[in-house]
Design a protein around this ligand. Structure first.
Ligand SMILES: *Cc1c(COP(=O)(O)O)cnc(C)c1O
Length: 448
């Protein structure tokens, strides 16, 4: 066990704030440190705004999920969802923790290879694989997850022409009790489409059916949906064994576990409502163990968990640009972080902490970003202390999707740093420069 950092005891003045319709305003704790490192030092050195990742939190999350599942099931394999966060250093931490790569495009596939992942440890999902992608993945022995029948025919065709074999799984969508149904990816269970694809694969000498896959959605808060999905995939596995005497080697339950973030408009905090890894694990593994699959033939359970493993490990530190009053008298605070850097502000009520304690009046505040655009709202309404121009803050749980869906819009993307296990800070992505942004532009002669 490593020694915890010493934290100086402090007396904190309680600021109850103005009561709202939900009762007394919440006390907003200051956040002077991220993983033991002073936020002020980080911003002084790397600028504002700044993305910060905690390696310790990532590894702790991996430890927790692996423990929850391997306590209950013999063979578990994690696969890191690249689109959730494909900063190379972040991916490499997950790979060091034993995760394979789960990719959804040729670009992500090549990124995984560059990060040292072996072809046979890459799961290739998504509806948009090109013929070249399919051939490369087949030659590398990757697991190609068939999204639609056209893709099955494309793959079969390329395998025949080039005389190669491919390891495949079928992505399956199904009714899991959440509506509207997520049926745009994969082949449907209830209408027999999935079974049809399975039969075509089993009868194709070039295609080796390795597994069954589903990804039932994202931020799924009902563990029972996973139980239903795992039960349906197990039923298919049993039917395959019965008809073809073939045991698939894995069932891949995709991602979708909720993080501890709070959805916009939710009455209760995500900290109180999000199921634990143990609850998800219990639902999935009990469905597999209680199925008709013979105990010695139970497949490896693959998980492609994304947001639940990285949201907590990411932070954005920034500075206040200004305060003003809106026409109805409400306070507005303008941050140097906009929705271009915090795409998930559209879905989440991200928690925000001032870096130092502000003892002034806590009142209803709208937090805007710096963009000249009406939708640039970080928080439509929260109880927040008055923090002045130049004061600093930390937005928490920003690790998922923001470093892949960020936009180079109006401003450039800032530095990203990683705090390692020994509290050393590493720059893992440099801030963009004018050259980076302009280098791909081509000016026709007559405009030169
Ligand atoms: C996006 C995605 C994931 C990760 O989803 P999270 O909700 O972030 O856990 C996993 N598998 C597939 C196929 C995906 O498209």
């Amino acid at each position: 066990m490593s020694k915890l950092l010493f934290e100086r005891p402090a007396i904190t003045r309680l600021t109850p704030g103005v009561p709202s319709k939900h009762g007394a305003g919440t006390v907003i704790a200051p956040m002077p440190l991220i993983d033991g490192v002073k936020v002020d030092d980080l911003i002084d050195k790397y600028g504002s705004p700044l993305y910060v990742f905690s390696e310790r939190t990532i590894r702790k999350g991996m430890e927790d999920i692996k423990r929850a599942f391997s306590l209950r099931y013999q063979k578990v394999q994690m696969a890191w969802s690249y689109k959730t966060n494909y900063l190379d250093s972040i991916c490499r931490i997950f790979h060091q923790e034993g995760s394979w790569a789960e990719v959804v495009s040729g670009f992500e596939y090549d990124k995984a290879i560059r990060n040292g992942v072996k072809g046979e440890n890459i799961i290739f999902n998504g509806p948009g694989k090109s013929i070249e992608d399919l051939e490369k993945a087949a030659r590398n022995g990757s697991f190609i997850h068939i999204d639609h029948i056209d893709e099955l025919f494309m793959l079969s065709d390329v395998c025949q022409k080039k005389n190669i074999e491919a390891r495949v799984a079928v992505r399956i969508n199904m009714d899991i009790g959440i509506y509207p149904k997520w049926d745009r990816f994969g082949l449907n269970y209830e209408n027999g489409e999935a079974w049809d694809a399975i039969n075509r694969i089993m009868m194709n000498p070039k295609l080796k059916l390795m597994g069954l896959h589903t990804h039932i959605g994202t931020y799924i808060m009902t563990v029972d949906s996973y139980r239903i999905a795992a039960t349906k995939l197990a039923d298919l596995a049993v039917n395959i064994a019965r008809k073809f005497d073939h045991n698939i080697s894995y069932i891949d339950m995709g991602g979708g576990f909720a993080s501890r973030n709070t959805l916009r408009g939710a009455y209760l905090s995500g900290e109180d409502t999000t199921p634990s890894f143990d609850e998800y694990a219990e639902a999935i593994t009990s469905a597999l163990i209680n199925s008709q699959i013979k105990p010695d033939k139970l497949p490896t359970l693959i998980l492609e968990t994304g947001r639940a493993l990285i949201d907590n490990a990411g932070f954005i530190a920034g500075s206040v640009l200004a305060n003003k009053r809106l026409s109805d008298g409400r306070r507005a605070t303008i941050f140097d972080v906009g929705v271009n850097l915090l795409f998930t502000a559209f879905w989440y009520d991200h928690k925000i902490h001032p870096v130092i304690n502000h003892s002034g009046l806590v009142e209803e505040t709208t937090i805007f970003g710096p963009l000249c655009m009406n939708i640039d709202v970080i928080r439509p309404s929260l109880m927040f202390p008055a923090i002045k121009r130049g004061d600093r803050f930390v937005i928490t749980r920003t690790g998922a999707y923001n470093n892949t869906q960020w936009l180079q819009f109006i401003t450039m993307r800032p530095n990203v740093v990683l705090i390692d296990m020994n509290h050393n800070v590493h720059l893992i992505r440099r801030a963009e420069t004018m050259e980076n942004v302009s280098e791909n532009e081509v000016i026709p002669e007559y405009l030169a």
